[in-house]
Unconditional design. Structure first.
Length: 201
């Protein structure tokens, strides 16, 4: 049986293909056959796909490449998918990355372990293309919402800084006007009212 079951073959175009944005997906699996099948399907759906044969290789790629969605096998030599997920979450990233674990594990303890590591979702092997598509759509939605939130936070921060600058400028202007009042000893040419001493005799 193919690594990806084709009980359903969604033909609807991906949001990745219907918008200007090409969603970037990183596929991490020590099986070249699995990577090729997943990568080929993702590319047909309009995704920008990068492949890595191990978690270590994936982390090296992530040092310079940005991705939106990660699809990683759970059981891999060297570093497992769970360990890779923890390392991924520890990276200094501005944008959120949606992380999907591929696994044959279904026990509640295993699911809890994956969630605790920072995984957003799971896909049971062999992967069903319809389920994969649903996970990708969910990932796009989450990443898009996070990006929108960051953008709004940046706008609010910029507006707040503008208000602070205007406030300090007003304080400085008021201080300058106060020192320029008639009779002020700090202003050149100002008239200083001397006390009048009465003279007798």
């Amino acid at each position: 049986m193919s690594p990806i079951e084709r009980r359903s073959s969604p033909r609807a175009p991906s949001r990745a293909a219907s918008t200007d944005r090409r969603w970037r997906v990183l596929v991490v699996d020590d099986s070249m056959a699995q990577r090729r099948v997943l990568g080929g399907l993702l590319k047909r759906w309009g995704y920008d796909v990068t492949e890595a044969g191990s978690a270590i290789e994936a982390l090296d790629l992530l040092a310079w490449a940005e991705v939106d969605i990660v699809i990683s096998d759970w059981i891999m030599p060297g570093m497992s998918g769970v360990e890779f997920c923890r390392a991924f979450r520890a990276l200094d990233r501005r944008s959120y990355g949606y992380f999907v674990l591929l696994t044959s594990k279904s026990a509640k303890d295993d699911v809890a372990l994956g969630l605790d590591s920072g995984a957003d979702d799971f896909l049971t092997k062999p992967v069903n293309s319809g389920e994969l598509r649903a996970r990708l759509v969910a990932g796009e939605r989450i990443v898009g919402m996070q990006a929108e939130l960051h953008e709004k936070n940046d706008l609010l921060t910029g507006a707040f800084l503008d208000i602070l600058r205007d406030t300090f400028a007003n304080f400085e202007l008021r201080g300058a006007l106060a020192t320029q009042r008639p009779g002020s000893p700090n202003v050149p040419g100002a008239t200083i009212n001397q006390p009048t001493i009465a003279s007798y005799g």
